[in-house]
Design a protein around this ligand. Structure first.
Ligand code: NAI
Ligand code: MG
Length: 443
């Protein structure tokens, strides 16, 4: 029996601007909820346009003058390393806080979110003094060279599925390059971002380099996107939100970096090692309650191994332990909020209506907390809603295929292109999939 972890009982809930933790200008707050119990964890200061404006001014000042602007690249890198060390020393506390606010199993927060966030900060810390330009031989007696310079103030908007890891993925590269940042964490999960911002102060980041304004997308997020003194927006979230941000950013011609949704094919050939493929299909879909942009949510299985594969993957799905995320034995916690739970249950109903076979699961678990049964649909076809849209939940969709050409063509029949995976012992086939399936990452 694994033990039950205890969450922290005090939380940072204010807005960080410069060196001050402040209430919102409007005085408003919002509740952040524990998705496992539906209880309010804390009231958090709700930033909007006025707070964003103050934060952007602080970030602009820190970019243009003061210790950050004149700091050696190596010392910026050391600050990221120091922050990573402080997070490592508090790994258990931060993992428990993430579990409390997001609902993910504590074992995942400990083994994945925290170590990956810490690694990421160290990795980019190492890059800080290795950002180099080039010399260019041009005609005539001239010396021509490039310099890489920080773009300025970067607005960073992150989602709720990996809150601390998303913060590290955004802070690491931006701070290594010498930018200053204003971050809007998601309203579902602001607590770990605020806590690591406290640690960043302890590490010695100068005031104004990191600013954090919790709030809602259409208010805080949108005013960050529209602000004339922000040079760049880095956003991770839904593709619809990406479209809004692209439009809103056009007025000030901002640079944009997006990481949006997916409906990634996971392709199992008959010649694969089926033990590995079954384990990989389970992990690739159910990890993090299915709330992964790169989830393998279209599982293509070759006809000749289909029945055996389905039987085995269903057995594994049945072994998943759904429940209290603070219990070290739990492998599946609640979905992040009620809206996500309802959205997922709606897709499950659509799958049944449109004729897919629901082999296990399909319902909510209990009536407190946003838990959903691990669900497996077989005989899914390309046109069904569950094969087309990002469900972002523990819903596996199995599609059959006969040969390589067919599965490549069907894999590409989506507007997404985030990730893909292939299971085969034929290396030639694997490389063909990697090059012909249109996806940014192929495992
Ligand atoms: P979302 O895209 O609304 O939220 C992500 C972030 O964007 C949040 O910080 C939010 O405050 C901000 N935001 C929302 N509207 C904005 C606007 N107009 N301007 C600027 N910022 C804005 O995603 P949501 O509603 O939380 O989840 C809905 C669906 O999005 C999920 O069911 C899933 O399909 C997808 N999603 C994908 C993620 C990924 O990693 N690719 C992460 C989270 C959600
Ligand atoms: Mg949201």
């Amino acid at each position: 029996m694994a033990t039950i972890a205890t969450p922290p009982t005090t939380y940072q809930t204010k807005i960080l601007i410069g060196d001050q933790w402040r209430d919102s200008v409007s005085g408003k707050t919002f509740s952040t909820i524990n998705p496992a119990t539906e209880e309010v964890i804390a009231e958090v200061a709700e930033g909007d346009a006025a707070d964003i404006d103050l934060a952007v001014t602080a970030a602009r000042n820190a970019f243009e003058s003061g210790p950050w602007a004149s700091m050696d690249a190596r010392d910026r890198g050391m600050l990221l390393m120091k922050l990573a060390d402080l997070m490592e020393a508090r790994l258990e506390e931060l993992a428990a806080l993430e579990t409390l606010d997001n609902g993910k199993p504590i074992s995942d927060a400990r083994a994945a979110d925290l170590p990956l966030a810490i690694d990421c900060l160290r990795y980019y810390g190492g890059w800080a003094d290795k950002i180099q330009g080039a010399t260019i031989p041009i005609r005539g007696n001239y010396f021509c060279y490039t310099r890489r310079e920080p773009v300025g103030v970067c607005g960073q908007i992150i989602p709720w599925n990996f809150p601390i890891l998303m913060a590290a993925w955004k802070w690491g590269p931006a701070l290594a390059a010498g930018k200053t940042v204003v971050m809007e964490p998601d309203e579902q999960t602001p607590l770990t971002c605020l806590r690591i911002a406290e640690l960043a102060f302890e590490a010695g980041f100068p005031p104004g380099v990191i600013n954090v304004v919790p709030g809602f997308g259409p208010t805080a997020g949108a005013s960050l996107v529209k602000h004339p003194n922000v040079d760049k927006i880095a956003f991770t979230g839904e593709h619809h939100t990406g479209k809004i941000i692209m439009k809103d950013a056009a007025a000030t011609l901002k640079r944009l970096t997006f990481e949006l949704g997916g409906k990634s094919p996971n392709i199992v050939f008959a010649d694969a090692n089926l033990d590995d493929a079954v384990a990989g299909a389970e992990f690739g879909l159910f990890f993090n309650q299915g709330q992964c942009c790169c989830a393998g949510s279209r599982l293509f299985v070759e006809d000749s191994v289909h029945d055996e594969f389905v039987e085995r993957v269903v057995e594994r799905a049945k072994e998943r332990v759904v429940g209290n995320p603070f219990d070290g034995d739990t492998t599946q916690g609640p979905q992040v909020d009620q809206a996500q739970m309802e959205k997922i249950l709606g897709f499950i109903e659509k799958g049944k209506e449109q004729g897919a076979d629901c082999l296990i699961g399909g319902s909510r678990v209990g009536d407190q907390g946003y838990f959903i049964e691990p669900t497996v649909f077989d005989n899914v076809t390309d046109d069904m809603d569950i094969a087309q849209h990002e469900i972002f939940g523990p819903v596996m969709n199995i599609l059959r295929f006969k040969d390589v050409d067919e599965v490549i063509e069907r894999s590409n029949r989506t507007m997404f292109g985030l990730a893909a995976a292939v299971w085969t012992s034929d290396v030639t086939k694997a490389h063909r999939i990697a090059s012909e399936v249109r996806a940014g990452t192929v495992w």
